[in-house]
Design a protein around this ligand. Sequence first.
Ligand code: ZN
Length: 264
Amino acid sequence: MADRRAVLRRAALFAAGAGVGAVAFAEAAGVADRNLPVRGGAAGATVASREAHPGRGQLLVTWAVDTEQPVVALTFDDGPRPEWTDTVLDTLHRLGVPATFFMVGRRVRKYAHVLDGRMARHEAANHTWDHRDLARADADEAYDDLLRAHTAIADVTGQEPALLRPPYGHVGGGAVLAATRLDYRVVLWSLQMLESEFPGDPAGHARHIVAQTTPGAILLAHDIGDPDRLVAIEGLPDMVAGLRARGFEFVTVSQLMAADTVVV
Ligand SMILES: [Zn+2]
């Protein structure tokens, strides 16, 4: 019997032909059993109007993983940005904490110097070229966008991204097909920073996040944005110390997925 939590946390998304937005959810366990093909087959014209590359023909979306190990993945979206990303990378380096950065390709090109030689312990992941909502793009536009960002991230960090976080967490439309064609796994989050509820109180905010974190959680933070987001960045040392005091180990998202007790 399928683990209910796993089913709630993860669903396999199927692109049902080229109809943008034509997406159905299915239980991960059932998907593995049925091994459903993309409609039209691997070379089917429904996959895309140009040269077909359906990837796995399915798309896994992960919010968190099912594990009893005290592991947690810290993620930062939207960067890089000078100063903010510098601070985050310096803090993580000092504390020996790996994180996963869902980066905007355009900013990776522009601020490549911020990342230079500093991503070795971290995972580089795709957050589109320009933070456009790809759920509203058609399949080819979304593919071009993700590939452009992918290439920029790979060039600058030396890592081939395997994970995609669509802007605003919008999973649908062209984003689904494009992610499938590029063999991406989509990663959302199970707990996000609540900076605006703790103005001027990095320690209080950190305590809140520490208290809310559960094994297998994916935490969402940002290394760019409104100034109130600095609350989370300033409180990062407290957050790390608090989670470590609870026995948590920090891992990248890909490492977290490897700790999943549900085999996909
Ligand atoms: Zn974003």
